[in-house]
Design a protein. Sequence first.
Length: 174
Amino acid sequence: VVMSAGTGTSIAAARGNDVRHISGTAVGGGTLLGLSQLLLNTTDIHEIEALASRGDSNGVDLSIADAIGGEISHLPKNATAVNFGRAARSDTPASRKDIAAGLMTLVAQTIALIAVNAARAEQLSPIIVVGHLIEVPSIRKTVEGVGALYRTPIVIPPTPGHATALGALSLISS
């Protein structure tokens, strides 16, 4: 399975020379930037990442323990149950850094779970992730964490943002 994480997210199944689109979502880097503009008043990905790296998504999210009191299935009690659920319950405004961390978590977990479910449905492994969005450290870390949690191998090439161009060039040079 190849997941292209850019402005939105596209997921393709590759079996030999047969490649076909199997899933995707409008959630991606465009979602991250749009929500960041609305909630943080910035679309500077470096600023958003800097904030997120100092924040804690648990400042805005509810964990499974918060929602139901413990674990469910193989998911640990500290796994996210409700993105931005804590923000809805609190009278205290969330910090910018926690909001940024929550946005990163929301986007990364959404795209990673869609890819995991698509890979399982297609009975394919691993998931190869390309696109500029996966170059954002907070996104990468969370996507890798979802893969580990669901025991699904995630492979990120050394230059994921250039994978499409490199693939096209490999066709020309062969």
